[in-house]
Design a protein around this ligand. Structure first.
Ligand SMILES: Cc1ncc(COP(=O)(O)O)c(C=O)c1O
Length: 388
């Protein structure tokens, strides 16, 4: 039996950003592709079946959401995360980044301070900057590959802020924030009357430690949730906004209406609902598989290339690797990865200045690819160290 996640899928014909833009973005279509957060796994078969059934109708007009669509999300959250969401407080949005930008635009004013915890997913910077708000960086503190929140600094920045955007779990450092950490964030936010936006797109991608939906702590928080990351459905373009603060929801819905972003497309309705209804086992198996890849990378580096230090993420399928012992930064590190290692990764510096000297590698792929990647890293590093 071919194991589902071990299969090497040729993705070259699907027009994927991950593969079909290698040439355009990195100048070499032959690189091993381990950048953008997109998995190489075939989806849960009932998801593709639902989409294929819809496709086989051969009429693709405007499509309405059945009530089961939002119910499926609520059932998933009560089953997997022990929280009862109210389906009337869920909004549809085409994507989490769209929701972030709309939240910044509708709930803060031009020039207002918005806190982000760096290093962090690059669009967090963009949605603040492009909307002419002010970025306030609450830098995470690193201790031997493990990241913590600098609460003293957060308290200082909070005085200047109207909004705080968190990544829960955190991309790229892989922290699953604990209940206590989120409570502390919440206390500070309440003290200074700051709106919390919690990007929970990685909430279902956790290992031993489970994630806490921010809404459990503060019902007014705006949480952004999506089946697209855990089930690899980003191309369907559908996600959710949740809050129990109706005044926020009204403003966000109004902007979604203004931009006419309120409808699902005809495929996302079926695909996303199927994911939440049938995805449990697939997701659990996927997580076990990725966890093994993480272990492999960690053990391999310890034994063969101890000068580079991968973290062991508590959540996300992304490994954050400290390459600083190589003494390469900025474009030098990038050139090393592209020309000597020949792997496309996300450069740490794109997550903020403090990410310089790190890379983010996507391990949601078959084991063989991970092994090849580690061999390439080892060979390129050994060559380099001998030449120094
Ligand atoms: C933290 C985070 N937020 C949002 C996104 C993208 O969300 P969407 O495709 O729904 O805009 C990603 C994708 O990697 C992510 O890591």
């Amino acid at each position: 039996v071919i194991k589902l996640f071990d299969q090497k899928i040729n993705r070259s014909k699907e027009k994927s950003i991950k593969y079909d833009e290698l040439e355009k973005r990195f100048g070499n279509s032959e690189l091993l592709s381990m950048w953008v957060a997109d998995m190489d796994f075939l989806v849960e078969p009932r998801i593709s079946k639902a989409i294929e059934q819809r496709a086989s109708q051969h009429i693709y007009g405007y499509t309405t959401r059945p009530k089961e669509y939002f119910e499926a999300v609520c059932n998933w959250y009560s089953r997997r995360h022990n929280i009862n969401l109210n389906k009337d407080n869920l909004l549809h949005s085409p994507g989490v980044v769209t929701s972030l930008s709309i939240a910044v635009r509708e709930l803060t004013q031009i020039g207002d301070g918005v806190i982000i915890q760096t290093p962090v997913y690059p669009p967090f910077f963009d949605v603040i900057r492009l909307n002419n708000r002010t970025i306030l960086e609450n830098k995470l503190i690193e201790n031997d590959g493990h990241y913590e929140i600098d609460f003293d600094d957060l308290h200082k920045k909070a005085k200047l802020a109207k909004m705080l955007i968190i990544s829960n779990p955190h991309n790229p450092v892989g922290r699953v924030w604990s209940y206590e950490e989120l409570e502390k964030i919440n206390e500070i936010a309440l003290e200074f009357n700051i709106i919390i936006v919690s990007d929970e797109i990685h909430g279902d991608i956790t290992f031993e430690k489970k994630y806490t939906p921010f809404n459990m702590i503060n019902q007014n928080a705006i949480t952004l949730i999506s089946a697209t990351k855990p089930f690899n459905l980003a191309g369907l373009q559908a996600s959710f906004i949740y809050s129990e603060q109706n005044s926020y929801l009204l403003k966000l819905q109004s902007m979604l209406n203004i931009l006419d972003l309120k409808n699902n497309n005809c495929f996302s309705i079926f695909g996303i609902q199927a994911a939440y209804e049938y995805g449990d086992n697939w997701l659990d198996e996927m997580l076990k598989y990725v966890r093994k890849n993480m272990d492999y990378v960690n053990n391999f580096c310890k034994e063969n290339i101890p000068m580079i230090k991968p973290n062991m993420p508590q959540g996300t399928y992304l490994v954050w690797i400290d390459m600083r012992n190589l003494g390469l930064y900025g474009t030098d590190l990038e050139r090393f990865m592209l020309e000597e290692v020949k792997i496309a990764v996300n450069m740490g510096i794109s997550f903020g200045q403090m990410g310089d000297g790190y890379i983010r590698m996507n391990l949601a792929t078959n084991k063989e690819t991970v092994e090849i990647a580690m061999d390439r890293l080892k060979e390129a590093i050994n060559k380099r160290v001998i030449n120094i």
